[in-house]
Design a protein around this ligand. Structure first.
Ligand SMILES: Nc1nc2c(c(=O)[nH]1)N[C@H]1C(S)=C(S)[C@@H](COP(=O)(O)O)O[C@H]1N2
Ligand SMILES: [Mo]
Length: 521
């Protein structure tokens, strides 16, 4: 058998297609918003200068993304064939081609909206598929070439066995190729079917019109105008994401229901429509994660709309012996919430909207819990489907069984956004700015200290609620050279934020956020 250039190209193409199929299938099963190829197309669109993109859209219309995806696939086809050719000479050269392609895919996935580390898994699996499939396909080709070379050296000795061996390797190559193409096709087909579920939920979400949900209007005095400070309202796209689910639940609103049971007089089962029929409560609430280190990014402030849980629990009739509500998510995640936080006068809600829009799927669509003043891990159940009124002594929840505290009240904290760590700033008055929070208690004051000097008061914003963060700013003269700045808040009970450094485990970090910066001569 002649191992024509063609068969090596075919090997590259088949291996390439197999890798694309496994990564697509996995992305669909994991209900990641898009396949890696689409993520690359979106990255290209993001990186294209506005003017050029306008022109392109004028030419091709709004099929731009589809055309781009097809273009990327064609380009990849050539690279796959090229990788197959390279495999003839060395094993590492085609792997390098695949590695570069996977690198581009991985970078695009990480850069896409709301990406989590798990989202690169399909890219990794696709890469492994490429390498494994290519070596499986080139193995018979390699064998055939060896036989042929031997035949050239000693023509007579091997003529007898040559044709049969050649047929054998040819059959091996063809069989393996056909099998891979078949499996890849099946994966692509099933991937589409699986992905349809999520696409359908996205569509239902897009078509929802939520009466009673209003658009966010940042209240007067809530925000300060400082370049580089965290926006007072965090957009859904920029809102941090934490969940243990690798497969994010995609739930049709019509399939959703919530059961409230346990130590109650009357069980309640609510459908999505039942929830919509109730009075809507809306509030600015800052949500943060207990795993947020001092100065860290795991915090956001949004306009949440939903139904008060206290009213529902009152209707159910809660036993006086209960002290907790065990919440369960559609994905099986659980948390225990102190009953009192769900029955006192705070805006603890079953949220249906975030910043005036139905919850994004990743943030708990169609319904999640939001409780001001508690860390997310004891309260903010996404895709919530069950609430059991019970006692803390009778259960362990997902994180508490792993050593985290049971109650999870938010600890007062503050963060420096400006200057960034290591920044060099102009001389004269230096602007320091950031955010501070103590949900459901409120921030009274913020102060900064330069190089361990005395605390200087900062100006703070005044949102009309204690459940959101405040922004703060201070403009202070600082000499040229290297410095550190610290920030510290005081809450509305007069408590001053502690400088004692504690790690996030078991119930939230403490300490003062400190940033080093340089003032130019
Ligand atoms: N179903 C489910 N809900 C969950 C979690 C989770 O892992 N699964 N994580 C919780 C944690 S620890 C936090 S901090 C918040 C984060 O909410 P967000 O991803 O919308 O920012 O969700 C909470 N709700
Ligand atoms: Mo969290």
């Amino acid at each position: 058998m002649k191992t024509s250039r063609g068969s090596w190209s075919v090997a590259g193409l088949v291996a390439g297609a197999a890798g694309l199929a496994t990564s697509y299938f996995l992305a669909m099963v994991m209900t990641i918003r898009e396949s890696p190829v689409v993520a690359v197309a979106e990255e290209v669109i993001r990186q294209t200068p506005g003017g050029l993109a306008e022109k392109a859209i004028q030419v091709v219309g709004h099929k731009d993304k589809t055309i781009l995806v097809v273009g990327i696939l064609i380009l990849m086809g050539f690279l796959f064939a090229y990788a197959g050719q390279l495999a003839r000479r060395s094993w590492w050269a085609p792997s390098l081609v695949f590695l570069v392609l996977a690198g581009i895919g991985g970078a695009a996935v990480i850069d896409s909206r709301n990406a989590t580390a798990a989202d690169v898994l399909p890219v990794v699996v696709g890469f492994v598929t490429w390498v494994v499939c290519l070596s499986l396909l080139t193995e018979p080709l390699r064998r055939a070439e060896l036989v042929q070379r031997q035949a050239e050296v000693e023509p007579r000795a091997t003529t007898g066995g040559l044709s049969s061996l050649s047929d054998h390797t040819r059959r091996g190559f063809v069989l393996r190729s056909v099998a891979m193409v078949a499996v890849a096709g099946a994966l692509g087909f099933f991937g589409r079917a699986v992905g349809a579920g999520r696409r359908h939920v996205e569509e239902s979400r897009r078509l929802l019109r939520l009466v009673g949900v209003t658009s966010p209007l940042v209240p007067p005095k809530a925000k300060l105008d400082v370049t580089g400070i965290s926006p007072w309202m965090t957009s859904a796209d920029d809102f941090y994401l934490i969940h243990t689910a690798i497969v994010v639940p995609a739930i049709e609103p019509t399939n959703w229901s919530l059961k409230i049971h346990g130590m109650v007089d009357r069980e309640i089962v609510l459908s999505y429509d039942d929830l919509l029929a109730r009075k809507t409560t809306e509030a600015w609430i800052t949500l943060n994660c207990v795993s947020n280190p001092v100065g860290g990014p795991l915090i956001g402030n949004a306009w949440w709309s939903g139904v008060r849980i206290a009213d529902l629990l009152a209707e159910a009739g809660v036993s006086p012996d209960a002290d907790a509500v065990l919440q369960t998510s559609d994905d099986g995640w659980t948390c225990g919430t102190p009953l009192v936080a769900l029955t006192d006068n705070r805006d603890a809600i079953l949220a249906i909207a975030m910043n005036g829009k139905p919850l994004p799927i990743e943030h708990g669509f169609p319904v999640r819990t939001i409780v001001p003043g508690l860390y997310g891990y004891v309260s903010a159940t996404k895709w919530v489907v069950e609430m059991e009124v019970t006692r803390f002594s009778d259960f362990e929840a997902y994180w508490t069984s792993r050593g985290w505290g049971e109650m999870g009240p938010v600890k007062m904290s503050s963060r420096i956004d400006v200057p960034g760590s290591g920044d060099t700033v102009g001389g004269g008055d230096v602007t320091f700015a950031g955010v501070a929070w103590s949900q459901h208690t409120g921030i009274e004051a913020v102060a900064v200290a330069i190089d361990g000097g005395s605390w200087q008061p900062a100006e703070i914003s005044h949102p009309p609620t204690n459940d959101s963060w405040v922004q703060w700013v201070a403009r202070l003269p600082v000499d040229a050279g290297d410095h550190v700045v610290r920030v510290r808040a005081t809450d509305k009970t007069g408590l001053v934020q502690t400088g004692v450094v504690r790690d996030v485990l078991p119930d939230g970090a403490t300490g003062w956020h400190t940033v080093d910066f340089t003032v130019r001569e």
